[in-house]
Design a protein around this ligand. Structure first.
Ligand code: ATP
Ligand code: MG
Length: 563
């Protein structure tokens, strides 16, 4: 198991860690075994990251403990090997490892099938002839009991016979199910004779054609935990109501152990959806550029955008683990990522929306080398040389022809400092036929090289025009334009709230030339403009596409400081 760079001393344990540590201290368990159990039916998202950090975190923090990665692959209809690969990649990238091999619920199909037969023999399960709709219609409601299946009183021998024939492929998909015989009047609907096995004549990635009946998630999940000797089965709150069923299932067969289930609140994030069904819909309908679209809340999307695993882990630590469902501001995630990138990223200069500046008193053809630290926040970083000349680009936003009062950047007659270089003064504005400013003519102050900015003037970034590389930069905004996607007005669809300007493509940003030599996935800061990353999907050799991960402005930290 890799050691977590974030494993911290025990000063502030959440309630789940508290239980796990206690169980070891009291001698109930010599160590703990947790698991992260995704269904391979989609890519992982930031909510999964919370569950991953929690489960793998506990596995790392308690000596001798471990965490399994288990694929709960009980439904071959919705599953795909692509998802299995992406899940492994994402867990690894987040900084966790699961030992030699991941586990699979499908490896337990024989055992689970044997326990199904054990339940039938005990008169605790029966083959039901109703269709899925009929089962649903008879389930009852929160206030009314359900109606028992017409097959409920079927004798054990007949159930064994029918279950065997279900398994040998004699019956059509959906024509029969195996159900637990529990209590059709239970106030807990999960206990009203839940379905345990369905007929699905679909091959499985791992078991091939061996089975045409598959256990339901609820039937397989608790058993898989028990088979693996999981001590603490940590899941999200919606499974609280399933716990009595898992307990019943385990108590009624010869299971090797009884994992303790503990529920915690799932992560909800503002301005995004977290349901795999909806994320899949966005991908399949082409509303986003795949599962790893940098606007998606998926781990692969956040990675492509330029978020770091350290930043995501730090976010998961900050939000903690509780029993109460709530909505987390996406600003908290951006803040955590920004904090990490500030420490780890080299600095470059890049002008996203260029405006030409000509220095009229610069010696013709002269170039100056300016040395600058790559990351002033990090003492280990090296310095680099930036070229300066008489033709430059600055950000369009850093010039205003008719500025409001207290505008400290460049305007006719005013001065501004070019970072690491000189103070310049704007003398003249050149416009095109339509009146747009296309060039600003300035004079530089040769004596200002090692002075600071003049009082009342700002420091801005720049790029020497003859030395600049031109690249495509992609700026991202929130994917949706409402905060709480769980509270959509009736009659509306979540897709009605897609933010039409969530992606802005700038095709001619001017940047330091070594940006072209960076490897896809590399992260860096463009001074004053934010943290960026070389896109892993659309970059070509010599033609990088640059994604903005986050801006430098930290609205979240500001709001916190204000209180
Ligand atoms: P599905 O709707 O397909 O069941 P799921 O999000 O529950 O989707 P799983 O693959 O079952 O997906 O999730 C694996 C694990 O991640 C589960 O233990 C689940 O509790 C946890 N998990 C899923 N979503 C979140 C979330 N938003 N916050 C915290 N944990 C989550
Ligand atoms: Mg699930």
């Amino acid at each position: 198991m890799s050691s977590s760079p974030d494993s911290s001393p025990r000063e502030s344990l959440d309630f789940i860690r508290e239980i796990a540590h206690q169980d070891v201290q009291s001698g109930k368990h010599p160590f703990v075994i947790t698991r992260f159990p995704p269904e391979p039916n989609g890519y992982l998202h930031i909510g999964h990251a919370k569950a991953i950090c929690l489960n793998f975190g506990i596995g790392q923090e308690i000596p001798g403990s471990r965490t399994h990665l288990r694929f709960d692959d009980t439904n071959p209809v919705k599953e795909d090997i692509e998802y299995v690969h992406s899940i492994k990649e994402d867990v690894k990238w987040l900084g966790f490892s699961w030992g030699d091999n991941p586990f699979h619920a499908s490896d337990y199909f024989d055992q689970i099938h044997a326990w199904a037969i054990e339940l039938i023999r005990k008169g605790l399960a029966y083959v039901c002839d109703h269709t899925a709709e009929e089962v649903r219609a008879r389930r009852g409601t929160l206030t009314e009991p359900g109606t028992g299946s017409d097959s409920r009183a079927r004798p054990v021998e007949e159930n064994l016979n029918l279950f065997a024939r279900m398994g040998s492929g004699e019956f059509a998909d959906g024509s029969r199910t195996l159900r637990a015989k529990i209590d059709m009047a239970s106030p807990n609907i999960n206990l009203r004779d839940p379905v345990l096995y369905r007929i699905k004549k679909v091959p499985h990635d791992r078991t091939g054609d061996k089975w045409c009946i598959y256990p339901t998630y609820d039937f397989a999940h608790g058993y898989s935990d028990a088979i693996e000797g999981i001590t603490h089965s940590i899941c999200t709150l919606e499974f609280e109501a399933h716990r009595p069923l898992y307990d019943w299932l385990i108590n009624n067969v010869s299971a090797p152990c009884h994992p303790r289930q503990i529920e915690f609140a799932r992560l909800n994030l503002t301005y995004t959806v977290m349901s795999k069904r909806k994320l899949l819909e966005l991908v399949e309908t082409g509303l986003v550029d795949g599962w790893d679209d940098p606007r998606m809340p998926t781990i692969s999307g956040l990675r492509r955008r330029g978020f770091s695993p350290e930043g995501i882990r730090s976010f998961c630590k900050k939000i903690g683990v509780t029993k109460y469902n709530s909505m987390t501001d996406v600003g908290v995630l951006e803040h955590a990522v920004r904090e990490d990138l500030n420490k780890s990223c080299p600095r470059y200069m890049g002008v996203l929306r260029p405006l030409k500046v000509v220095l009229t008193n610069w010696p013709a053809g002269q170039t100056e080398d300016i040395e600058s630290l790559n990351n002033p926040e990090n003492p280990d970083t090296v310095s680099r040389v930036i070229k300066f000349s008489g033709e430059l680009y600055i950000e369009q936003d850093d010039f205003m022809e008719n500025p409001p009062p207290k505008y400290f950047r460049l305007s006719p007659g005013s001065e501004v400092r070019l970072r690491y270089a000189y103070n310049i003064k704007c003398d003249e504005v050149v416009k095109d036929a339509t009146g747009n400013v296309v060039e600003v003519r300035c004079t530089y102050d040769p004596a200002s090289r090692h002075s600071g900015p003049k009082k009342g003037s700002a420091v801005i970034h720049w790029i020497s025009a003859p030395h600049a590389a031109s690249v495509e930069v992609r700026l991202y905004d929130r994917l949706f334009n409402i905060e709480d996607l769980n509270a959509i007005p009736e009659g509306k669809d979540y897709r009605d709230f897609l933010n039409p300007s969530s992606l802005e493509i700038l095709t001619d940003a001017k940047v330091e030339p070594h940006i072209k030599g960076l490897v896809p996935g590399e992260r860096f800061q463009f001074e004053r403009m934010g943290y960026f990353c070389i896109d892993t999907k659309h970059s070509r050799p010599g033609a990088p596409v640059v994604n903005r991960a986050v801006t430098l402005k930290d609205a979240w930290a500001k709001a916190q400081a204000k209180g």
